[in-house]
Ligand binder design. Structure first.
Ligand code: NAP
Length: 289
């Protein structure tokens, strides 16, 4: 069994990005920059944003934090997003989700300029991906694809079963892996909470991806020997430990390759965010010149 080490691969991608950032700076005389917007005091969101900003700074990007109280009216948040849309120093805008209940997330996501939408969640970027002309790929699914590709796992022609159809993981991952392009071209099946017999589908897969948020959901009897398993889930148990959506030890015994949790898909998400921010800076510079 081959362990798909996301921590190490993310470090490699960050190094590549850091080098590309320096080339960008010497060419254009400015740094790619990411503005993070955080509303409220959700402790997990604070940690995510802190880690994302730290990662930006480590690769030589500029980063700004706009921290607003939970009571911020939606109109005020939209005003800030508009200001960031117009700021030429800001190439990427990250609005950390979830937002407080009185704010409509879809409205805020749509307000981010498509060229600065480095999460790739907005309708223009998702639409481009669905149409087969991707601009920025959503970070977590892009990280899953990179984990496969850079470990020489054949995606072209593979049977891929994705469990989970969220807008941030399962659905965009299906779109990415079925692109008519090298490093994709998979036959993709997407399962969800209304799928009748999930093991029937997962047992046929060359590659199984689980992204549902249910601890140890995928058990060894649900895969075929030699399958590749990507575990996107992050679940904190009562004893404080972190586990994925895969019953790791028994599944690892029969899988040909598997991601650990933590240290698998998680670190890849931030690495791909940095990658998108650099792409955004390049696109915006090109548009202005
Ligand atoms: P989500 O928005 O809650 O979506 C969960 C999806 O799983 C839904 O499509 C749901 O089906 C499906 N589902 C739930 N229970 C199921 C079951 N018993 N059988 C089959 N399908 C089931 O979750 P998400 O945001 O995609 O996140 C999923 C997991 O990935 C979470 O653990 C999250 O923490 C983790 N995550 C990790 C990263 C990372 O960087 N590693 C990033 C994002 C998320 P329906 O659509 O039918 O409701």
């Amino acid at each position: 069994m081959h362990l798909l080490d996301g921590k190490q691969l993310a470090a490699t991608i960050r190094e590549e990005t850091a080098q590309a950032v320096e080339e960008f700076v010497s060419r254009h005389g400015k740094r790619p920059g990411l503005a993070a917007v955080l509303v409220g005091d959700d402790p997990a969101s604070h940690i995510y944003v802190k880690n994302k900003r730290k990662a930006c700074e480590k690769v030589g990007m500029a980063s700004w934090l706009h921290s607003l109280p939970a009571s911020t009216p939606q109109a005020e948040l939209l005003q800030l997003v508009q200001k960031l849309n117009q700021d030429p120093q800001v190439h990427g805008i990250l609005v950390q989700l979830p937002l407080p209940k009185h704010i409509d997330e879809a409205t805020v996501v749509r307000a981010v300029s498509p060229l600065k939408d480095v999460d790739g969640f907005g309708p223009e970027n998702l639409g481009l991906l669905a149409a087969g002309h991707p601009r920025y790929l959503p970070c977590t699914p892009h990280g899953c694809q990179q984990l496969l590709l850079r470990n020489n796992i054949e995606i072209d022609g593979a049977n891929v079963v994705i469990v989970g159809r969220s807008n941030i993981v399962g659905k965009p991952l299906a779109l990415i892996l079925m692109q008519k392009a090298k490093g994709a071209n998979a036959t993709v099946t997407v399962c969800h909470s209304r799928t009748r017999d999930i093991p029937h589908w997962t047992r046929q897969a060359d590659i199984v991806v689980v992204a549902i948020g249910r601890p140890r959901f995928l058990t060894a009897d649900m895969i075929r020997p030699g399958a590749v398993v990507i575990d996107v889930g992050i679940n904190r148990l009562e004893d404080g430990s972190l586990v994925g959506d895969v019953d790791f030890e028994p599944v690892a015994k029969i899988a040909s390759a598997i991601t650990p949790v933590p240290g698998g898909v998680g670190p890849m998400t931030i690495a791909m965010l940095l990658h998108n921010t650099l792409c955004a800076a390049r696109l915006q510079i090109e548009q202005r010149s």
